[in-house]
Design a protein around this ligand. Structure first.
Ligand code: SF4
Length: 291
């Protein structure tokens, strides 16, 4: 049950008339000689870590302060609760959850690096909020998480999920692509629509650079997680509405890698370019490291 490209993954879903998560479960069962129940049990442990990180900094904001960030998760949650927003409660709550995981990560708390620590806020926020919004059951929610893993596997195999190699498009872009596919499956969309959602999410941030202030995974990372979950949700909605990506998933992944390789090293996690070298960022760096 191996697949190396989006095309191969779709062929398998067609052949077995099943979802992306079903294929991933079959593959994991073969590799780990496990039952479906055991795979779902492992997935639940990961999801529990995600649920915790997505709520911790909302519940205990005082505990999760990084060198630069902290307190934005609770601000977003209060704003979402007011029910007087442009984007509605769902998106605002999702952003609060993404901020929460980023803040937990910034203060060395427990997160699930999916696909990386820097982009760890997007998938939990998207799946928790999506699941809650449509009242999905636990098994469907865990399966959605496995769908996101299938997309992450494909991008890891064929491109990169590292900001140091491909810029932030490879980190928060991949996380959004993973989450978008998951949200489509969660709401009953087809595997093809899941891949369209992933492609749309990738194109939305194609070329996004990695330029963390003081080299810390805090800023602009946290806000890119908040906007990343929004990217995942709007991409899923586009695909569920029937909007298709003109360029197919595999070509989009290949392009993301090429664009990443063509970015200068100053914009790939070196903190030598972009936002990291603004006057304000340099002053913060000096203050933090007492240089
Ligand atoms: S800016 Fe760089 S370090 Fe921060 S989330 Fe993006 S890729 Fe990761």
């Amino acid at each position: 049950m191996m697949f190396n490209t989006g095309k191969e993954l779709l062929e398998l879903t067609n052949k077995y008339d099943c979802s992306i998560s079903d294929i991933l479960i079959k593959k994991e069962m073969e590799i780990f000689e496990s039952t479906e129940e055991e795979i779902l049990e492992k997935t639940k442990k990961i999801y529990d870590v995600m649920k915790n990180s997505a709520s911790e900094s909302i519940l205990h904001p005082e505990k999760y302060k990084g060198h630069i960030i902290g307190g934005d998760a609770i601000k977003m949650k209060k704003y979402a609760d007011n029910n007087d927003t442009y984007c509605g409660e769902t998106i605002n709550l999702a952003m609060a959850r993404a901020f929460s995981t980023s803040e937990v990560n910034a203060s060395m708390g427990l997160i699930c690096a999916a696909p990386t620590a820097g982009a760890s806020g997007i998938i939990p926020a998207a799946i928790i909020t999506g699941s809650e919004k449509i009242n999905a059951d636990e098994i469907s929610t865990l399966k959605a998480l496995l769908t996101s893993a299938a997309i992450g596997e494909l991008i890891t195999k064929n491109a990169t999920v590292s900001g140091a190699e491909g810029g932030c498009q490879a980190e928060t872009g991949t996380a959004a692509a993973m989450a978008a596919a998951a949200l489509v499956e969660l709401k009953g969309g087809s595997p093809k629509a899941s891949l369209h959602a992933s492609s749309i999410a990738l194109k939305n941030v194609m070329g996004l650079v990695c330029d963390p202030i003081a080299g810390l995974v805090e800023s602009p990372c946290a806000k890119r997680n908040a906007s990343g979950v929004t990217n995942a949700m709007i991409s899923a909605d586009m695909a569920l509405a029937g909007v298709e990506s003109i360029v197919p998933f595999d070509e989009m992944v290949e392009t993301m890698l090429k664009v990443g390789r063509s970015l200068p090293n100053t914009l790939k996690e070196t903190a030598l370019g972009g936002i990291a070298i603004t006057k304000t960022a340099k002053a913060l760096e000096k203050k933090i490291f007492n240089k």
